[in-house]
Each structure stands twice: as structure tokens, then as C-alpha cells.
Design a protein around this ligand. Structure first.
Ligand code: SER
Length: 645
């Protein structure tokens, strides 16, 4: 688009930058600085069972960050297709998407902060022409046994000084503190703690399993200068979500590895892992906070005649565009709609789009145009999309048709069920089973009807689990293992599994973390991170603790709480799992702890879990360990069964 400001003396031309241009500039910039450009990896991860989809550029590169030499050298860059199913509920505002491209550059034991930060600054200000006064940065202010990143503070100060921009550093540590303090003129470099400026696949340092790499990071935010909205906190600051600031890049200085004793050691090499959202950088280049104004979405909106003044319609159209674009990429990578795992994620994404496109769009010509807008936007960049164009069109149209056939009847049933002013998990499950309504569709409808849904995500999940062999992770974002069925014996073994994990932590150390599980009516299998083989004595001790707790006949209690609350109680979760805002938690023994007083926890075990479980541990009966063996470096597998019954 060209905007013309005409005056008698000069004409100013402002051209909207397209994402293809930003991508090209980024890759060329890093190529000139000795980087090999890699193609994007598939959205379906290879050799990585911890997650359903590729969600960041570093994910396929983990072995090289840990020290394995990469065949293409020590400097790499690419634009990686990324999909984050866990963000599906956020889509609809002007900045969130499930699918995005992540621009990335990496140094495997080669350059370090002194090169990375100046290069990034140069790229953003010279190539993309962002005004340096609109850039704000954050750095790591330190954590338990982890030093503050003072080096990055000094580098940023010098960089801003070259542009004659005053750069006061302010340490805020937490988002809460930042929102209390706000920002003073001149403050530009903000120090936050582990919650905001530490990066690992598992999140916080305390959540990282042994062997996992991570490190402090430094993020760059673009300031759109929009007014602060106090709904998001007292005062604005770079990490505030009100819309004024948008994170456009993250340089992770990955130099640590978690040890089995819970402390950190330096990796063999110091790595740089940079990731920046292509669409977000493009939006910043246009000084336009709405990423749905970026070229690909613009093309899509031409096919759907979006009304920019109708906020609710705009939200729905953004969801349609995001979900259809995501489905195009997923189908091109071979993920077809189904009732399981990845396929179910595509299905629910398309059904949610179909729900929103229903009212005014009974004529489907628009759908073809929207899909073609995506395909043509990526022509020459992602060849696999064009090659799969026919299949993509057929698959998406077919899914819309299938869902339309039951949508009207399902809506009638939905309205009947909410006549009482509420909806139960069972209602939601019935709507799924009879009319194919994914939970996300029912949730949307219920929210639009003003029905309160506290705790429903977990409730529906449990209902779903009871009836269907659909991966729980279809909505949670990850997969692997789980329960084969909900028979009485499997349920008993499931509760034994919780006891076993806790017993392993008591005997081997609190760092033992679950890495996978699989339970049938015959046996349980638990994979856990631990260096070294268990001795016979350790196995005996673990078995005894489990059997003692069974004999104590402890109550097994299900609670629902916010994810933060559960995290503060140190509820166990499997590595890589992403959880919704409300979660179901099982404790063995009463949980008298509150978030304010976690030390009062009396429960023997607390886990994020959808169930089902026995009511009291005595129902399990005698338990025995059958085998303990290695599965991969640093990961052990233990099998156990019930002695009788
Ligand atoms: N791994 C970091 C991220 O995903 C930077 O690439 O944000």
C-alpha cells in the first residue's frame, strides 16, 4: 500500500513492507555474516516425542546446542514454520496467531553477545528501518545461583548511545513490580528475573529436567505508543500486555545445562539462539500494531470483505484467517483432520473457523479464495504448499462440509442445554460426540451466551478421557503414552504410578522428573530423567515406599485450580506439557497448602492430572517393580505391576 502525504514542496512516500521482504532481508543479513541458511523443518517434529508440533526455530537444533557438531557449521539462520496449539484461545486480538514464522539465527560455540546484540540492532534499525527510539529491551536480572546478565546491559547502553538515546537501566524483577513502578523518561533497559528473561523449553530454571539446556535472554520490544489500558496492570512497562509494546525478538544466551542435583553447569559451548516473529517484525516495520494487516492476512481479507469497524466481526475474521492459514501449512506437512493427536488439532482448528464463518457465508466461494490467498502468498518460499494445493483445498472444503451437516442441529441442542443458564462437562462431551463440536467450539458458544466456565477445560478433558481414546494432548499441545483404557486395573495402576514417581524422588532425589508414561491393565511404565542405573537396594526402597503408602489407605483427591496456583504448589507435570489456564490436580493425601503457604502441603504427591484414579490408595493392592532399564542418555524406564487381582 502506498500512502501519500502531499505538500507543495515534497511528497513523502510510505510503503508498507511485506513479510517476504523482511524474511529475505533477515536471511541475507545473516548470510553476509557467515551463516548457512537452512530450510524450514517440518511442523511435525522428527525424533522428538516431547511435543506434537514444531513451535520454535531451536526445536530441531537441540542436539547441536548440546554440542553435537552441525554438518552445516557453527553459524545457522532460517525462517521456521511454527505452530503453537496452546495459543488457540488467544487468537482474535491484533497480535496472537497459532501459526507463525520464526526468524532465527544461531551460534554453536562461535560468536556471543558482543556480536549478536549489535547485529540485531543493526538489522532492526538499518535494514528494517525501525526508529531506535521505539525500541525497548529487557535483560536477565539474575535468579537463585544465576548471575544477572550485566554484559548485555552494557552492550545495549553503548548501542543506544550511538543513536544519542538516553538509556537508564531499571531492575524490576517481576511483572508485578514493573507494573507498580511503571516507566520513567529515559528508562529503556529493563531487568526482569527468571519468569521473563530466562529461556528453556521447559520454562523456569526450576522446571528444567536434568540435561536440559537454557540460559538468560534479552528481548526487544517495539513501542507503538498506544495508550495504556489499566485492565492489564497499574502502569505500562515493556512486558505489559496492553498492546503498547510488542515483543519482536528474543536472543537467548544458552550457556547452561541443568544438573541432576538441581544446580547448573556450563555447557561445553556457549550458544546464541535468536528467534523473532516474522509477522510481528513486519507489523513493527509498518508501525501498525495489527499483525492482521500484514500482507498474507490482507490478501485473505480481500476474499472475505472484512468490516474493520465491527469489533466482534473482526475478531471472528481474524480467527478464521489464522486457523485456515495454520491448517494449510499443517495439511501440506501431511497432518490430515482426524480424531487423534495432531489430526484432531487440525480438525478443531477448522471447525472453529467453520463456526465463525457460518452466518453470512453460506456460499463457499470465499473459502476457496481465502485458501488460494494463502497458497499464493507463499509461492516460491514453501514449495510443498503449492504442490499440495489440490489436496489442501479438498481437505479443508471437505471438513467444512462435514461439520456444516451437523452444525445447525448441534446449535439447537446447545441452546436447549443452556436453557438452565449453565452447561456441564457431560453436555459438552455429548455435543462433541453427537454433533462433532470440539470443546473449543462449545466454549466459544458458551462464552458468547454469557455462561460461566470456571474449571470447565479440565472437566471436559476428564469427560473426554472417560469416553474417547483421543490424545489428551490434542488440546494440551503434546502427546505420548497415557492410559490405554479406564478399566479398574488400569485405574489402580494409574494411582500407583503417582506413588511411584514420588517414591523415586524420595530415593533418587527431587530432580527426578517424568519424561513419559504408558499404563495398560497389565503394567505401568514410567520414563524419568536420571543419570545412572538404579541399584537393587534403591529399587527395594522405592517399592517399599509405594507399598507403605498403599497400606496407609490415603485419600486420592481431585481439585481444580489455576495453572499458576498448581505450579506454586510444585504439582508434578510431564516435561514439555503445556496446560490450560484452569487445571485438574490430583493429590494423594489432603492438600491443606495454599499458594501463600506452600510449606503446609501435607499431600504425599501432587500432580497435574486428568484422572481417573481410585478413591483411596488401599484399593490398589500390593505393587511390585518388574524392571528398570535405560531408554536413552539420561532417561530411565521403570515397569511395575500389581501383585494380584
Ligand atoms: N528459543 C527462543 C524462543 O523460542 C528464541 O529462539 O523464543
Amino acid at each position: 500500500m502506498v500512502t501519500r502525504c502531499n505538500s507543495a514542496r515534497f511528497i513523502l512516500l510510505f510503503r508498507y513492507m511485506e513479510s517476504a521482504e523482511v524474511r529475505k532481508k533477515f536471511l541475507e543479513f545473516f548470510k553476509e555474516r557467515g551463516h548457512t541458511i537452512l530450510p524450514s523443518a517440518s511442523l511435525v517434529p522428527e525424533n522428538d516425542s516431547t511435543t506434537l508440533f514444531t513451535g520454535s526455530g531451536m526445536q530441531p537444533l537441540v542436539p547441536y546446542l548440546l554440542g553435537q557438531p552441525h554438518p552445516a557449521g557453527k553459524r545457522l539462520a532460517n525462517s521456521q514454520k511454527s505452530f503453537r496449539a496452546e495459543d488457540i484461545d488467544e487468537v482474535g486480538d491484533n497480535r496472537h496467531t497459532t501459526f507463525f514464522e520464526m526468524l532465527g539465527n544461531w551460534s554453536f560455540g562461535d560468536y556471543w553477545k558482543q556480536e549478536q546484540l549489535p547485529w540485531l540492532f543493526e538489522f532492526l534499525t538499518k535494514e528494517i528501518k525501525l526508529k531506535p527510539e521505539n525500541l525497548y529491551v529487557t535483560v536477565f536480572s539474575g535468579g537463585k545461583d544465576l548471575a544477572a546478565d550485566n554484559e548485555s546491559i552494557e552492550i545495549w547502553k553503548k548501542l543506544f548511545a550511538t543513536k544519542k538515546i538516553p538509556t537508564e537501566y531499571i531492575e524490576v524483577n517481576t511483572e508485578h513490580e514493573a507494573s507498580e513502578k511503571g516507566m520513567q523518561p529515559g528508562q529503556r533497559i529493563f531487568g526482569y528475573g527468571v519468569e521473563k528473561n530466562w529461556w528453556s523449553r521447559a520454562g523456569l530454571p526450576s522446571k528444567m529436567p536434568a540435561g536440559e539446556p537454557g540460559g538468560p535472554d534479552s528481548e526487544v520490544f517495539y513501542d507503538f505508543g498506544t495508550p495504556h489500558d489499566t485492565k492489564f496492570g497499574k502502569k505500562c512497562h515493556p512486558n505489559c500486555d496492553c498492546g503498547r509494546f510488542l515483543e519482536i525478538g528474543n536472543s537467548v544466551f544458552m550457556e547452561y545445562k541443568k544438573k541432576a542435583d538441581g544446580t547448573f553447569e556450563k555447557l561445553k559451548q556457549r550458544n546464541v539462539d535468536f528467534g523473532g516473529g516474522l509477522e510481528r517484525i513486519t507489523a513493527a516495520s509498518n508501525n501498525d500494531p495489527d499483525i492482521f494487516h500484514v500482507d498474507v492476512f490482507k490478501k485473505m481479507s480481500e476474499a472475505l470483505a472484512v468490516d474493520p469497524n465491527d469489533e466482534e466481526a473482526l475478531r471472528k475474521d481474524r480467527i478464521i484467517f489464522d486457523h485456515i492459514r495454520a491448517a494449510v501449512f499443517l495439511i501440506a506437512d501431511g497432518v490430515l483432520p482426524s480424531n487423534k493427536g495432531r489430526g484432531y488439532v487440525v480438525r478443531k482448528t477448522l471447525r472453529r473457523a467453520a463456526l465463525f464463518s457460518r452466518a453470512a457465508k453460506t456460499d463457499r466461494a470465499w473459502l476457496k479464495k481465502v485458501i488460494q490467498a494463502v497458497i499464493s502468498s507463499y509461492r516460491g518460499v514453501y514449495g510443498d504448499i503449492e504442490a499440495a494445493a489440490d489436496n489442501i483445498l479438498k481437505t479443508i472444503s471437505g471438513e467444512f462440509e462435514k461439520f456444516s451437516a451437523t452444525l445447525d442441529e448441534g446449535l439447537k441442542e446447545f441452546h436447549k442445554r443452556i436453557a438452565s443458564g449453565k452447561i456441564t462437562s457431560k453436555d459438552a462431551f455429548d455435543l462433541y460426540q453427537s454433533y462433532g463440536f470440539p470443546w473449543e467450539v462449545t466454549k466459544e458458544l458458551a462464552q458468547a451466551a454469557g455462561i460461566l466456565l470456571i474449571g470447565m477445560d479440565a472437566g471436559f478433558e476428564t469427560e473426554f478421557q472417560k469416553h474417547q481414546d483421543i490424545s489428551r494432548t490434542a488440546s494440551a499441545g503434546t502427546f505420548k503414552g497415557g492410559l490405554a483404557d479406564h478399566s479398574e486395573r488400569t485405574t489402580r495402576l494409574h494411582t500407583a504410578h503417582h506413588l511411584l514417581l514420588r517414591a523415586l524422588q524420595i530415593v533418587l532425589g527431587p530432580e527426578v522428573k517424568q519424561r513419559g508414561s504408558n499404563i495398560t491393565s497389565e503394567r505401568l511404565r514410567l520414563d524419568f530423567a536420571y543419570d545412572g542405573k538404579m541399584t537393587d537396594e534403591q529399587k527395594k526402597k522405592v517399592e517399599k515406599i509405594v507399598n507403605d503408602k498403599i497400606k496407609e489407605n490415603m485419600p486420592v483427591i481431585r481439585s481444580e485450580m489455576s495453572r499458576e496456583e498448581a505450579e506454586k504448589l510444585n504439582a508434578e507435570h510431564e516435561f514439555g506439557q503445556k496446560y490450560p489456564d484452569r487445571v485438574s490436580v490430583y493429590s494423594i493425601g489432603p492438600m491443606s497448602a495454599t499458594v501463600q503457604n506452600p510449606e503446609f502441603a501435607e499431600a504425599f504427591s501432587i500432580e497435574f492430572c486428568g484422572g481417573p484414579h481410585v478413591a483411596r490408595t488401599g484399593e490398589i493392592g500390593p505393587f511390585k517393580i518388574v524392571k528398570e532399564e535405560a531408554v536413552s542418555a539420561g532417561v530411565r524406564r521403570i515397569r511395575g505391576t500389581l501383585d494380584q487381582g
